[in-house]
Design a protein around this ligand. Structure first.
Ligand code: ZN
Ligand code: ZN
Length: 376
């Protein structure tokens, strides 16, 4: 019997810092409880960009060629044995984190903390699990979520970063009538604003160092009011930095006409001076949600938090959010959400997409928020 040639598909593979190559690989049939998905849209995210630029993301270095991408949606092309809830032709969002489903965290609904998590596109585990920047992928069917009819592939790709904010909002018990302050209005911060608005926040305001981004947030209804932090040299001492954080906080709260502070503060920058401000700008009894990552050890005005019962909470990825995220995207409640997608490239030009994302501006001076890669 002559061997049957397998069909092939294009894959964008990261070999090292800025060394991204598009290759052809064989398409293998899905195994037990897996479905094969033709990936349509993948959004590029900050962690993908870290891997692309530096070959690592924090502690996790790329040790073997890695396929990036974890914000994705596509069409089921085949199902393996045992798959009941999906059929070929079905449109799905791909949840990138494959969790064990048996440990304490998983059974208690906190699978984002699962120690056996294999997150596609992350170098945290070895062998690495490949991400979605490819034409076809076989993926466990329990982490494939059918799309509502009026949810596009690009919207469905946004379900991943949106999930991060849905999870954080749940942890913050964010509810209607609360006031919300968001630090950093990149894609994640804008989604924080959008989720807060959809939950009926009494007001949503934003702070950034970039006036163009703040204008975008205000003009498109993500934030009702904004404050641009003045540019400053790095503080020479910790005391000076803490003093500045307090002064900047007072200036921002005065601008917002809200000297008491905000019920929920989403910190989406990961920058130390901003994390310090978060504590000062939360209302007594309020919450600071840490979404941004970037500074490992941070000096905090801890008594300012403790004596005012400001809860500082971490939030890591998400659990059980995809159905809610897809329903929210399909509901039309997230006004102007499609404007987050500023640039699109075919898979063959993934490298251009990353270079653009790293610059933050395109050739015409337009800002770059979310870059979508179209696989097929
Ligand atoms: Zn991400
Ligand atoms: Zn688990």
């Amino acid at each position: 019997m002559s061997p049957v040639a397998l069909p092939s598909h294009s894959v964008a593979v990261l070999y090292g810092p800025k060394d991204l190559r598009v290759e052809q690989r064989s398409v293998w049939p899905p195994s037990q409880n897996q479905a094969q998905v033709a990936v349509v849209s993948t959004g590029l995210c900050g962690s993908d960009l870290h891997y692309y630029m530096h070959g690592r993301n924090g502690d996790f270095a790329v040790r073997a060629p890695l396929v990036l991408g974890h914000e994705a949606a596509g069409i089921v092309t085949a199902v393996g044995p045992g798959v009941k809830h999906l059929v070929p032709g079905q449109r799905v969002a791909i949840e990138a984190g494959i969790y064990c489903r048996t440990c304490d965290f998983c059974t208690k609904g906190r699978y984002n903390l699962c120690k056996s998590m294999r997150f596609c596109s992350s170098a945290a585990v070895f062998p690495h699990a490949d991400g979605t920047l490819q034409g076809r992928m076989n993926h466990p069917s329990f982490v494939l979520h059918p799309l509502p009819d009026n949810c596009s592939f690009e919207q469905a790709a946004l379900a991943e970063p949106l999930s991060v904010l849905i999870h954080a909002s749940r942890r913050a018990n964010l509810s209607s009538g609360q006031s919300v302050l968001v630090y950093g209005v990149g894609a994640i911060g804008l989604l924080a604003c959008a989720v807060a608005n959809s939950l009926g926040a009494s007001r949503v305001v934003a702070i950034d160092i970039n006036q163009t981004r703040l204008d975008f947030a205000r003009v498109n209804g993500f934030a009702s009011q904004t404050f641009c932090l003045p540019p400053a040299d790095r503080a020479k001492t910790t005391d000076e930095q803490l003093r500045r954080a307090k002064e900047n906080s007072q200036a921002a709260l005065a601008e917002f006409g809200s000297s008491a502070g905000f019920d929920v503060v989403f910190e989406c920058t990961g920058a130390e001076p901003v994390i310090q401000m978060s504590v000062h700008t939360a209302i007594a009894g309020g919450k600071v949600m840490l979404i941004g990552m970037g500074t490992r050890n941070v000096v905090l005005p801890l008594s300012t938090a403790a004596l005012r019962e400001v809860d500082i909470q971490g939030s890591f990825r998400y659990a059980n959010t995809y159905p809610a995220a897809l329903a929210l995207l399909a509901s039309g409640k997230l006004k102007n959400i499609e404007k987050l997608i500023t640039h699109r490239f075919p898979l063959q030009e993934t490298k251009r997409g990353f270079d653009l994302l790293s610059r933050g501006q395109d050739e015409d001076g337009n800002m770059v928020l979310k870059v979508m890669i179209e696989s097929s």
